[in-house]
Design a protein around this ligand. Sequence first.
Ligand code: SF4
Length: 317
Amino acid sequence: MKKENINLYLAAPRGFCAGVDRAVKIVEEAIKKYGPPIYVRHEIVHNKEVVNSLANLGAIFVEEVSEAPENSTIIFSAHGVPKQVYSEAKKRNMIYIDATCPLVSKVHNEAQKHYALGRHILLIGHKNHPEVIGTMGQIPKEAVTLIENESDAKRINVPDKDKIAYTTQTTLSVDDTQIILNILKERFPNIKGPTTNDICYATTNRQIAVKSMTKFCDNILVIGATNSSNSIRLVEVAKVNGVKNSFLISDEDDLNKFLKKYNCKKSPNIGLTAGASAPETLVQVLISKLKKDFEVNLIEHEVTKENIFFNLPKSLR
Ligand code: SF4
């Protein structure tokens, strides 16, 4: 039977960012250097394939430092950790290696700098996300308030409106964050902060690519985990920008669900991207699966090039 034709637009950039790439290499190099097992606090990045492959090499994933034995080696995930986690590892006489993305560390430094200058910090981000917990844990809890949405920004009362600053989670929606920032800047004209926001280059570029695909794709597939903030944002960005169907594909079942509803005659253009923690192998697996059912015309849709690279910590170079 003749297969139907589809146009598959592949977003570029997509998938692994420099921070995720570095975090994964840190675990691999630490296992080589210190030998297994190496403990990793929290999923090193939010992707189960990546976590499973590192577990096969000898990484053991724990949620708290106290779950790893004293004197062992532990790695902190790319999302960053509160300060007390470092002290706890020291107390337990552990070797710890910090895989916090340098762009998250930059936000930690900003928060500490504002605190040192006596400013109350408004952190724009999602409650309970590990990155937000890590950033809030850089300063005393009474010095920071979490702003999750527009209504928080409209309602927040601050101790001194001339002594406040903002920082943001790195994986937010660029457009939603701008709306929140506009509200805060209008209410508190003297608020201090970065020139734009702290959303990282990888989150921004992946959102730009998805936004531009919404102009000609009725369906956009985002490969990523259900707990991956930047992947979920990509699905939202596609929807907000008018795409009919936008799906997070976290496993084969999700793809099958999409294919059941998909009408290739009506919508032959599919956009495909991957969150910053999803490896390219998953993209290629999905393409192969689509090729079984369709005649796939693969079109690279590149909006910008990325050439960011972060060095490994000195102890692993
Ligand atoms: S998504 Fe951005 S902040 Fe997060 S690890 Fe990647 S580069 Fe770093």
